[in-house]
Design a binder for this molecule. Structure first.
Ligand SMILES: *Cc1c(COP(=O)(O)O)cnc(C)c1O
Length: 224
């Protein structure tokens, strides 16, 4: 296994190359280490290497990591979140990447002691296996959130299809950006919607070229 330090050096170079290609600054892109399939020790190793943002996709995994890691980490919840599990995690996370329904909004409003930075999850590719709202539903959904002061829509999140065809992946990411720009143009005070959470180990360079500001990297950084 390569070390996390080596992996991070490679990824950092790839981020810089993608930014250069797109005429963007690498400071616009934040790398979230997705640690869902690795131990506390390996997560700590990533943090020691300079990672500040950590993502988990299950309440149990998140709480376990948080219990053992004392470093000042920015915690991202990236998985789908069951309504009944909101109370377990909502006080302890900095960002939620999977806001996708009204029942979740209402539970967050009820449970959160402060405003939660949320990404609305959008199913751009239309695959049945994927979570998230359709682009049209995402826009309509965001418009209905004015009364919920515990929700701030900082951006949108999507996952690209797991396919070889780069054009399909690219279209998914550019599609998310189009939705983001439409929401941004509404100038809703509770939905600045400037961020794009898109790109994983296999496709983050394409995501950056299409405007990603948060990439979520698991296997390429911390291993299987
Ligand atoms: C697991 C996961 C990732 C990271 O995937 P890798 O391919 O290992 O980089 C990113 N986003 C979400 C939502 C995930 O569940």
């Amino acid at each position: 296994m390569t070390t996390i330090k080596q992996n991070l050096a490679t990824i950092t170079q790839q981020i810089e190359d993608a930014c250069q290609k797109a005429g963007r600054s690498a400071t616009e892109v934040t790398c979230i280490a997705v640690t869902k399939s690795v131990s506390v020790e390996r997560t700590q190793e990533a943090i020691d290497t300079g990672i500040l943002h950590v993502g988990e996709n299950r309440p149990e995994g998140l709480l376990h990591k948080q219990e053992h890691i004392t470093a000042p980490v920015v915690w991202h919840y990236i998985g789908s979140l069951q309504t009944r599990k909101v109370k377990q995690v909502i006080q302890t996370i900095d960002y939620l990447h999977s806001l996708d329904r009204m029942s979740l909004v209402e539970e967050i409003q009820k449970r959160a002691e402060k405003t939660v930075k949320c990404f609305v999850q959008v199913n751009v590719s239309g695959e049945e296996s994927k979570h998230g709202l359709t682009p049209a539903d995402a826009i309509a959904f965001v418009k209905t959130l004015a009364a919920y002061d515990r929700i701030e829509v900082v951006g949108l999140m999507t996952m690209a299809p797991d396919v070889e065809d780069e054009a399909v992946i690219r279209r998914t990411f550019s599609g998310l950006k189009e939705v983001q720009q439409q929401i941004c143009a509404l100038e809703l005070p509770y939905a600045p919607c400037r961020e794009l959470s898109m790109g994983m180990s296999g496709d983050f360079a394409i995501a950056i070229e299409e405007g990603a500001t948060f990439i979520r990297i698991g296997t390429a950084l911390v291993g299987e």
